[in-house]
Design a protein. Structure first.
Length: 303
């Protein structure tokens, strides 16, 4: 846990404080961030590639790392023959993603250096102990306005390419703001008043948010998370017109009929620094972040 916390802290501080603003207009910082992510993936021994595309006269990049399942690793093959057509492979790959750009004028510690830190740490852990299925870790560009909810989002470009290639996807998990927590009564808000009756009024939990079609996938991960972690976790499967349900990269996987949900601290329903200059590294709780990331990794081992 200490190693996870240290890595998360160092990554968030590097992105938010050393690099700083990473908006579509800050092309130098955005590309520096892409280089950093790519370098980390490579250092873990992942197979890495860039997916580039043009938008508004500039070139932007999704950074993709792949870790094969345990059944296909060199160490496994030394003691056991390869599995062909196994259940996990038949069900498709697991995609875990997070966006690395920020809103103009912000350092984006929670939104979304925290998500990238979680993505990198999950990739590191998976490279050391591969899961049962192939996992692709994808750092998306251009999630934030003015490209949000457009086909210029990096996640739209990537999800579309998966569909066109005929890649089977078991599910997609978007890491969207993992670091802000509050223990004061009433510090947690909701988009609808009835939700206050169903969910805590303290923002000391993580939530898995998906749509109705992704409910089975979302609930499965939540179940395994709760089995391996004592950190408070809840899930919500709703319709897109509820504000916030589709406010991240998972939305674009829904468009191509892939099950997907986001892991989030609930953003503006909890964090007063959302899309503000005050979204800095010193506002996050790295102990809780580490618990979430460790819990996710352990949970995904059963997927």
């Amino acid at each position: 846990m200490d190693k996870i916390k240290l890595n998360l802290t160092e990554t968030v501080r590097y992105l938010a404080e050393e690099i700083g603003q990473r908006s579509y207009r800050d092309l130098g910082q955005l590309n520096r961030t892409a280089d950093f992510i790519e370098g980390r993936f490579l250092s873990y021994g992942c197979a890495v590639k860039r997916q580039e595309y043009n938008c508004s006269g500039n070139t932007y990049y999704n950074i993709i790392a792949e870790v094969k399942p345990a059944s296909e690793t060199a160490e496994y093959l030394k003691i056991s023959p390869p599995l062909r057509g196994g259940k996990c492979n038949d069900e498709g790959i697991l995609v875990i993603g997070a966006h690395y750009d920020t809103v103009i004028g912000t350092k984006g510690a929670d939104d979304n250096a925290s998500g990238i830190a979680g993505l990198l740490e999950l990739a590191r852990l998976t490279s050391l102990k591969p899961l049962k299925r192939t996992v692709r870790f994808v750092a998306f560009t251009l999630e934030e306005p003015p490209f949000f909810m457009t086909q210029n989002m990096g996640s739209y470009v990537y999800a579309k390419s998966l569909k066109e290639e005929g890649t089977k996807v078991y599910g997609m998990i978007a890491l969207e703001m993992l670091g802000y927590y509050c223990d004061q009564k009433g510090c947690q808000y909701y988009p609808a008043s009835f939700l206050k009756l169903l969910y805590p009024d303290k923002g000391n939990f993580i939530v898995f948010v998906g749509n109705i079609s992704s409910k089975s996938f979302t609930s499965t991960v939540e179940k395994y998370f709760k089995a391996v972690s004592s950190f408070p976790a809840r899930s919500f499967s709703g319709v897109s017109f509820i504000p916030g349900v589709d406010f991240s990269d998972h939305r674009n996987f829904w468009k191509f009929d892939f099950p997907a949900f986001m892991v989030t601290d609930t953003a503006f329903y909890r964090n007063p620094n959302y899309h503000e200059v005050s979204d800095t590294a010193d506002t996050l709780d790295y102990d809780k972040m580490a618990e979430v990331v460790e819990g996710l990794f352990k949970a995904l081992g059963d997927i």
